[in-house]
Design a protein around this ligand. Structure first.
Ligand SMILES: Cc1ncc(COP(=O)(O)O)c(C=O)c1O
Length: 450
């Protein structure tokens, strides 16, 4: 009986071993053929496995400990070796537009979005067709626009930039004819003014708010370039040109997670940014869609002279990311991003609805061709107004309550307004809500005391 049993066990063991070998060498055969990329994959997974208590990240290019191991870079108010310590009294930071809110989506899609870059990957300045831009990536961007339904790209030229930031001035340069006035409607994204003044060209000068300028000038014999930010940073409004002359449509936020998409934009010069679309601000990638050939050639020349094109490593990474964003006709990605923004707005509005001291921008429902429903916008920023006469410096008031935002005057508006970012990490957002609800609930305490 004993001999019989050991015979059966031996046979079972041989079968299991055979099945295992078939799985390793046949089923997963390609895996055994990996050689030089395994080390990189192991390094990438090892650093990603450092949890930092969920309140930070470790990176291969980040700081290292004395024994050469990557260490955690903690988010916001968290400190300590493993980011587990929450600093008491730390301010809720809603200042910058750093779009970390999509990090969980990319972690869930790690297998499809990780890029391995060999030491000899595209060392040349050019692609094989002497182009600075990847045709494959350009095609994917066109496909993305056609699925999102937010821009016409057929028959249009495209130029890539180091973020859309670089393309802002490239566009001004391309549209200017000596001397051009550059305008934007208050409240506007401050970089339009800062860049135009910084480059200090004879060909273009910043002239401030479009509406004020229009009421004092006739546009007939003046050359003006109007920035139209739609949806607008900071207030999320969908905007149209006021002067109907030369325009630069900044569509950094014209994606379904932030706004209903009423139809495709078909403007002469449109700018888009990877930063606000997928959250990859660190990758520094943006693109321009241009109708006119002369303008296109000028933008291309600007990029060529400034950088000789965009990093090929960046273009490979963007391609990988966009392939996942487009997967299943973009539903997965935009569903995730919109759910996140809608949830943040629902929670934020419920707090502000209880306040008479503070208000946020009104949001108007619109039909969204992407989600096939009428819905409210869910902008990247809350544009907060301090309603009391005496609260004329809203950002300072909030700062004294340990909430950091950007003053209205940064956007050319009154300091009675302040911008709070809603696209930062979940930790940052939770702390912001906590501080805001404490602040609003104190309005009731003071009423009770009266
Ligand atoms: C309206 C607007 N345009 C352009 C940019 C720049 O984006 P990028 O990261 O692509 O340079 C930003 C960034 O906050 C923005 O808010």
């Amino acid at each position: 009986m004993k001999t019989y049993c050991s015979g059966v066990c031996f046979l079972i063991s041989i079968t299991i071993n055979m099945l295992f070998s078939i799985h390793v060498y046949v089923g997963g055969g390609y895996r055994s053929s990996l050689t030089w990329s395994l080390k990189a994959a192991e390094e990438a997974e090892a650093v990603a496995a450092i949890s930092c208590s969920g309140h930070g990240r470790a990176f291969l290019d980040g700081p290292v400990s004395d024994d050469g191991q990557p260490v955690c870079e903690c988010y916001g108010c968290y400190t300590g070796n493993d980011c587990s310590h929450l600093s008491k009294g730390c301010a809720a930071d809603a200042d910058s537009g750093d779009p970390i809110y999509l990090e969980p989506f990319w972690m869930q899609n790690a297998a499809d979005t990780t890029v391995v870059i060999s030491g000899w990957h595209r060392m040349s300045y050019d692609y094989a067709d002497h182009n600075m831009m990847s045709i494959e990536l350009e095609n994917f961007i066109r496909k993305l626009h056609s699925i999102a339904g937010n821009a016409i790209t057929k028959g249009r030229y495209m130029v890539f930039g180091v973020g859309s930031s670089q393309l802002l001035n490239a566009a001004v340069y391309a549209l200017s004819s000596t001397p051009s006035k550059v305008l934007a409607s208050t409240p506007f994204y401050p970089v339009y003014k800062d860049q135009t003044m910084f480059f200090n060209s004879e060909s273009f000068q910043f002239e401030g708010d479009t509406n004020s300028w229009k009421s004092n000038n006739s546009t007939n014999n003046m050359d003006v370039i109007e920035f139209v930010t739609s949806p607008n940073n900071p207030d999320g409004e969908l905007r149209q040109s006021i002067l109907k002359g030369k325009t630069i449509y900044d569509h950094a936020y014209f994606w379904p997670q932030f706004t209903p998409i009423p139809g495709p934009s078909d403007q002469d010069l449109m700018l888009f940014s990877l930063s606000k679309l997928t959250g990859h601000a660190g990758t520094r990638f943006g693109w321009a869609i241009i109708k006119d050939r002369d303008v296109y050639e000028k933008v291309l020349k600007y990029i060529y002279l400034a950088d000789m094109g965009i990093s090929k490593d960046t273009q490979l990474r963007v391609l990988k990311i966009l392939k996942v964003a487009i997967k299943q006709d973009t539903k997965l990605f935009f569903d995730f991003a919109y759910d996140k923004m809608r949830d943040r707005w629902d929670r934020l509005t419920s707090i502000f609805s209880k306040s008479t001291r503070f208000s946020i921008q009104k949001r108007h429902p619109l039909h969204c061709n992407f989600f096939h429903q009428t819905r409210l916008p869910s902008p990247a920023y809350a544009w907060v107004k301090c309603e009391r006469e005496e609260d004329d410096d809203c950002a300072s008031l909030l700062k004294s309550e340990r909430i950091l935002g950007q003053s209205g005057s940064i956007f050319g508006a009154k300091d009675r307004y302040t911008r709070l970012s809603l696209i930062k990490s979940q930790d940052d957002f939770e702390l912001l809500l906590q501080r805001l609800s404490e602040l609003v609930s104190r309005e009731y305490d003071s009423i009770k005391t009266i």
